[in-house]
Structures are given as structure tokens and as C-alpha cells.
Design a protein around this ligand. Structure first.
Ligand SMILES: [Zn+2]
Length: 371
């Protein structure tokens, strides 16, 4: 570009960040991966969205599940675990809605936080979990509510508050693995300024920032969660989103080394894993028995959450990352990267590890049928 043309562009006004949509000029091998090489268990989905208005008999619900089942056939997805099944009152409705699909959709239970401040809550919740299990629940899902939203007399309740001990113990005794989401990406705990690597995402959703106010640091949240795992060695834990520390796989690896009752899931963290492919590949090799496939998929998540939209295009980003050596490709099916402005690289896992990550680890932990 000559000085003159540079001046002309500037004089016309610089483009803004959202207007910048560079197209890669690289010519590198591409291996779009339409179908997973081995059957997949997705341990992290929200089949009915996060608010559970499950109308088992609704024809719209049925059509949506039928469409999803068809996509599962196309992509080689054997089973989806719907984490947000609610409690013993909502789970039967969900079970009814998915009954015609055999074992393709299974459901987890959730704590009833609305009762957390009542006396006798812990015992009640432990009994409630037993009921959920009888209704078919296979896990206990704990959202980031615990640590970031749940309050008592205005103060945030700590993740390792001892009132929850009977609940964690009951999950262990009932063999309901705890799928827990704690904290969020590192960038959500730093100022929303020009140094923030998820600047545009946080511009769109300033409410996702936990920087300042009375929020604990991400490190404190992780430490409190880890104390729970240490205190309940007979309870199995699955840290969702790579423990929300996919930016530091060395740290996550130390947690896995320290706690034998711990596993991790990779949902919505392709962007982190895929931009450090050599570190990721070593992480998968070293912890190959403890990493599970998951996506955080939600039907009709839409354009704004392409990294979670329960459609084949989203799954194919995961397959390509795990199975190929492709370079510099999108971690989500969208023109502009939704989480941060970077691309990813495949880690080409060998078949023996792929089978574990796609299927066998989840089958073992959740006692699902292995293939
Ligand atoms: Zn989720």
C-alpha cells in the first residue's frame, strides 16, 4: 500500500472493530469432518434450554427432538446427556418426552437452590436426589449459580459452605456424578478494556463480567470448589468447560493429578484448547482417561451463541479439532468468532485416545452402555 492510498483509507474513516472481518489468505489442507470417527456421548447439553418448560406432549417438542435425533445419526452421536433436568417433579416429564428415543437422551438432576436458605435444606436435598435417581436421573448438575449468584442476606454463599456437604455425600452414595460449572473464562474476571481478549463478547454481554463488585476472584472460586472435591473423595466430579481454566492446562493437569475422583469436560472451550494445540495434545495424552466430550449445546442457541447451537455445524468444529491436523480454522460456525478473535488448530488424536474421549470415559463414569 502506498502512502497515498493509506492516507485515503484513513481520511475515509478507519473501520471499527466489528466491521473488521479479515478473510484468511492461507492455502492449507482442509479436512471438514462431517461425522465423528467413533460414537460420541455428549455429557453436556441443555436439550430443553435452561428454563425447563418441558411439555412432554407438545408436538413442537417432539418435532425438535426428532430433528435432533436425525442430526445425531448424521454426526455419529450416540447419546446426549441433558444436564438441566431440574428436580423430582420435572424429571418425569422429561423422561416421558424422550422415552420414544430409547437411550439416546438421558437426564441429570439439579439442586433446588430456592430452598437453600431453609433450615433442614441439606437433608431434604439429599433425599430429593434419591428421588431424582429413582426417576432416572444419572448426574447432578451444579451451575455457576453456586459461587456467583446464590446469596444469603445479600452475601454470596461460598461453594464449600458446609451446609451442602450432605448433598455432595448423597451424590456419591447414589453414584450420581456431579457435573459442576464454577467461575467462567479468565477474561470475565478482568476489566473490560482494550487488553481484554474477549472484549467484543463482553461488549455484547457486560452482565457476564464478574470483575469488581463483591465477586471473589476466579482463583478463590476454583480453590473453594477444589476443597469440595478433596472433602468428598467418594463422590465423582466432572469439571465442566475444562474446569473453566482451559487457559492454563498445566493448572488443570495438577488438579487431575491431585484428585482421583475428578474428570473434566471440554464444552465451549474449543477456542482455548485449539489455539494451544501442542499443549492441548500433551494434556489429552497425559489425561486421556479423565477427559470427556461435551459441548454445552442448546437447541436454537442461535447466531449469537454459534459455539453452543445444537446443530451438526457446531459438532463438526469439535470433530475437526480432535481428529485432524488442520490449521487455522474456526472454532464455531460463524463469520466473526463469538468468544475471541482467534482461530484454532487440530490435535489429531490417535484412535485409542479418541475412543476414550468420545465415548468410553463417559460410559464408565455415568454407567452408560459402552460400544
Ligand atoms: Zn452448560
Amino acid at each position: 500500500m502506498t502512502r497515498r492510498s493509506f492516507f485515503q483509507v484513513s481520511a475515509g474513516g478507519a473501520i471499527t472493530l466489528p466491521q473488521f472481518e479479515p478473510r484468511s489468505m492461507l492455502h492449507v489442507a482442509e479436512h471438514p469432518t462431517a461425522r465423528a470417527k467413533f460414537p460420541v456421548i455428549d455429557v453436556h447439553t441443555h436439550l430443553f434450554g435452561l428454563g425447563r418448560k418441558v411439555a412432554a406432549e407438545s408436538s413442537q417438542e417432539r418435532a425438535e427432538l426428532q430433528q435432533i435425533a436425525q442430526w445425531m445419526d448424521e454426526c455419529n452421536l450416540a447419546t446426549l446427556i441433558n444436564l438441566t433436568g431440574g428436580n423430582s417433579e420435572t424429571i418425569p416429564g422429561i423422561r416421558k418426552a424422550v422415552a420414544q428415543f430409547g437411550n439416546r437422551f438421558v437426564t441429570g438432576a439439579e439442586p433446588t437452590w430456592s430452598r437453600a436458605n431453609e433450615s433442614g435444606y441439606a437433608q431434604w436435598q439429599a433425599g430429593e436426589l434419591a428421588k431424582c435417581k429413582r426417576e432416572g436421573a444419572i448426574s447432578l448438575k451444579v451451575l455457576k449459580t453456586l459461587g456467583l449468584y446464590l446469596r444469603e442476606k445479600g452475601k454470596l454463599v461460598k461453594i464449600d459452605d458446609s451446609r451442602f456437604d450432605p448433598m455432595w455425600e448423597a451424590a456419591g452414595a447414589l453414584d450420581l456424578p456431579v457435573e459442576i460449572h464454577t467461575g467462567d473464562p479468565g477474561a470475565f474476571f478482568t476489566p473490560i478494556d482494550r487488553f481484554n481478549e474477549r472484549y467484543e463478547e463482553l461488549q455484547r454481554h457486560p452482565e457476564w463480567s464478574f470483575y469488581g463488585r463483591d465477586f471473589p476472584s476466579r482463583h478463590e472460586l476454583h480453590e473453594a470448589r477444589n476443597r469440595v472435591v478433596a472433602r468428598h473423595p467418594k463422590t465423582k466430579f466432572v469439571f465442566l468447560h475444562v474446569g473453566n481454566d482451559a487457559e492454563d492446562l498445566g493448572e488443570v493437569g495438577q488438579w487431575l493429578d491431585r484428585y482421583s475422583n475428578l474428570n473434566v469436560e471440554i464444552g465451549a472451550r474449543l477456542g482455548e484448547l485449539g489455539r494451544q494445540p501442542r499443549t492441548s495434545r500433551k494434556f489429552f495424552e497425559r489425561h486421556q482417561d479423565r477427559i470427556m466430550f461435551g459441548t454445552d449445546a442448546t437447541p436454537n442457541a442461535g447466531k449469537e451463541y454459534p459455539q453452543q447451537d445444537l446443530k451438526p455445524a457446531m459438532y463438526r468444529c469439535y470433530f475437526r479439532f480432535l481428529e485432524t491436523e488442520d490449521e487455522y480454522f474456526d472454532y464455531a460456525p460463524s463469520d466473526v468468532p463469538p468468544q475471541g478473535r482467534w482461530k484454532i488448530y487440530g490435535i489429531a488424536l490417535p484412535d485409542s485416545i479418541l475412543k476414550k474421549v468420545y465415548h468410553n470415559n463417559a460410559a464408565r463414569v455415568f454407567k452408560l452402555k459402552a460400544v
